[in-house]
Design a protein around this ligand. Structure first.
Ligand code: NAP
Length: 338
């Protein structure tokens, strides 16, 4: 009997995701119903929000239930089809198909991937996928940086942050990135055109912000939360904007995440703090892709993917998001592209 292999949630993690929290199980491959297709997963996206989905905290999607296949975004190649729309060999966006080797789904639920000469498939899992849309809507729609303004991006060398910072630079802002380690900081200033970078692992973030932002901060693209967010918000100018994209420093902690200590500053300085989730912006994806597509095709916008081979390594790999031991959008290659 043909089988598929999937990661199933067994326990809700406390702190970091532990070895027994998920289990790799073989399951029978379902028969295809009318209109259904079976795809083998090629790339699985690993995202900080995976940790949120494993918890039962109040969140923007239902938590993954104990015993369910872990949720995750992916791209795959169709191996069998009973759909008029999707044929064998098509490369399709599987939506949130899960941490699994195969997905069986209705053909109408799958989107064939575009082909852009010179643009690898991994781009559609990163800069031309949810990552790029998150950076674009957060920075352009919410942050609205203007020429001469000062923008700070946290987790700036990561998948979302690196794109967000480049978009702010293209709008003429001064962009300061906060990242962990000298190599990531050097990439920001040396290759991406950031004006400065702060290594939060070895430098005093507040003191460096004082030195680098003598006229205050106008936009905070916030990926980290906690102490780093506090340091940025406490230096924001009148009518500053906070695009609250993520709070990764809090995801492995139980209980509510702390907000800005000086909440009164939001009032005194007329700040706007807007939390956002990229799925709300998907109907407007074309607006972002109209800018991102040509910039990626021309190579003007820089991005990286960090690919880990083998679905069996997904649990170990997802931990890299919380230590920074990855270099670019974190993906698992579940099966070969060809
Ligand atoms: N709102 C949305 O719809 C949406 C969509 C996608 C992502 N996000 C959010 O965007 C943020 C970045 O996600 P991503 O997918 O692009 O991942 P990523 O930035 O490629 O990886 C996460 C990075 O976070 C940094 N980090 C982890 N723990 C930290 C800590 N305690 N203090 C400081 N930095 C820490 C690490 O950077 P260093 O190596 O520099 O330490 C790590 O590389 C996350 O907060 C995520 O939840 C939001």
């Amino acid at each position: 009997m043909a089988t598929m292999t999937s990661w199933v949630l067994r326990h809700r993690p406390h702190g970091e995701i532990g070895p027994g929290d998920l289990e790799l199980v073989d399951r029978p491959m379902p028969e295809l119903g009318e209109g259904q297709v079976r795809a083998r997963v090629v790339y699985l996206s690993l995202d900080p929000t995976n940790r949120i989905w494993m918890s039962d905290q109040d969140q923007y999607l239902p938590p993954v239930q104990i015993g369910e296949v872990m949720r995750g975004g992916g791209i795959g190649v169709v191996e069998a089809s009973r759909s008029d729309r999707i044929k064998v060999g098509d490369v399709v966006n599987l939506g949130l198909g899960g941490w699994t080797t195969h997905v069986v789904a209705d053909g109408v639920a799958l989107t064939p991937m575009p082909k852009i000469p010179g643009v690898p498939l991994t781009a559609f899992m990163s800069v031309l996928g949810a990552t790029g849309l998150t950076a674009w809507f957060g920075m352009v729609d919410i942050g609205q940086p203007k020429a001469g303004e000062t923008v700070v991006v946290s987790a700036a060398a990561g998948a979302v942050g690196s794109i967000a910072g480049q978009l702010a630079k293209r709008r003429g802002a001064r962009v300061i990135g906060i990242a962990g380690g000298a190599a990531k900081c050097a990439w920001l200033t040396g290759e991406l055109g950031f004006d400065a970078a702060i290594d939060y692992k070895s430098e005093d973030v507040g003191a460096r912000l004082d030195a680098l932002c003598p006229n205050g901060i106008d936009v905070d693209f916030e990926n980290v939360g906690g102490e780093i967010m506090d340091q940025v918000i406490s230096r924001m100018n009148n009518c500053g904007r906070v695009a609250l994209c993520g709070m990764i420093s809090t995801y492995n902690k139980d209980g509510p995440a702390p907000g800005p200590t000086d909440f009164g500053r939001v009032l005194m300085h007329r700040l706007t703090i807007k939390g956002f989730i990229v799925i709300d912006y998907l109907p407007r994806a074309g607006e972002a892709l109209a800018e991102l597509g040509p910039l990626v095709a021309s190579g003007e916008l820089k991005w990286k993917a960090h690919v880990v081979d083998g679905l069996e390594n997904a649990v170990d790999a997802v931990g890299r998001l919380f230590t920074g031991a990855h270099d670019g959008k974190l993906l698992v290659r579940v099966s070969p592209e060809a």
